[in-house]
Design a protein around this ligand. Structure first.
Ligand SMILES: [Zn+2]
Length: 225
């Protein structure tokens, strides 16, 4: 296993260790891969014929890619590691202080578009608050929260614009804590085409149907691949 943010697992034979204990075949995938599978099979992307990308914006940011009924895990098991690409068009005058990610890279998209990043960047600019508190301020019309949420949606649109340019999936499904903020969708949808190669994109960014259950549902689908 590698790339886990539970860093103690990196370099360990996690599947082998589990199989030794329970003596049955074991399949594992990360939460974003499971979200993508669950939503592709019978969720928000069930009408997609060939492709969907699911993106978790929660504690961290990860993505799962399904193409032709198969999960794209990749040669290095890095398929869908969207959150550890640099945030497109990072500009400290707009996005705030440069940030070093736990992975060792600077300005990973995860540092901005995860729920954790949303709160951290608000705290750096204004005052400590968690995502719920910032959104409560937003709903009261607090100018700082309104500006910060607009920036967040722009950062997310930049990140998803790179997804469209590279994979051009039929649908992008969002999961994780920030995906429950309904105001994300119209704003990101409106901004998305500013960051795509062709400006006439029709890609829909939608909320997951199965929510927090998508992880375990997707895991159950792993044996069907
Ligand atoms: Zn990173």
């Amino acid at each position: 296993m590698q790339g886990a943010n539970v860093t103690v697992l990196n370099g360990q034979d996690f599947i082998g260790d589990i199989q030794k204990q329970i003596d049955v075949p074991v399949a594992i995938a990360n939460d974003a891969d499971c979200l993508a599978l669950s939503e592709y099979k019978d969720g928000a992307a069930k009408h997609a014929i060939n492709s969907c990308v699911a993106v978790i914006i929660g504690t961290g940011c990860g993505a799962g890619v399904v193409i032709n009924n198969g999960l794209v895990t990749g040669l290095n098991k890095l398929g869908g590691e969207l959150g550890h690409n640099p945030l497109p068009n990072f500009n400290p005058d707009v996005d705030g202080k440069p940030h070093e990610c736990y992975c060792g890279s600077m300005n990973c998209a995860e540092s901005f578009v995860s729920g954790t990043g949303f709160a951290r960047t608000f705290a750096e600019k204004y005052e400590p608050a968690d995502s719920r508190e910032i959104m409560a301020l937003y709903h009261r019309g607090d100018a700082r929260a309104v500006a910060h949420f607009d920036l967040y949606c722009d950062q997310l649109a930049r990140t998803l614009g790179a997804v469209v340019n590279f994979v051009d999936p039929e649908v992008i499904v969002l999961g994780g804590g920030m995906s429950n903020v309904d105001e994300v969708y119209p704003l990101v949808q409106q901004k998305l085409s500013q960051y795509t190669f062709t400006k006439a994109v029709t890609t829909q960014v939608v909320k997951s149907v199965h929510g927090d259950s998508s992880g375990v549902r997707g895991a159950a689908f792993l044996h069907t691949l």
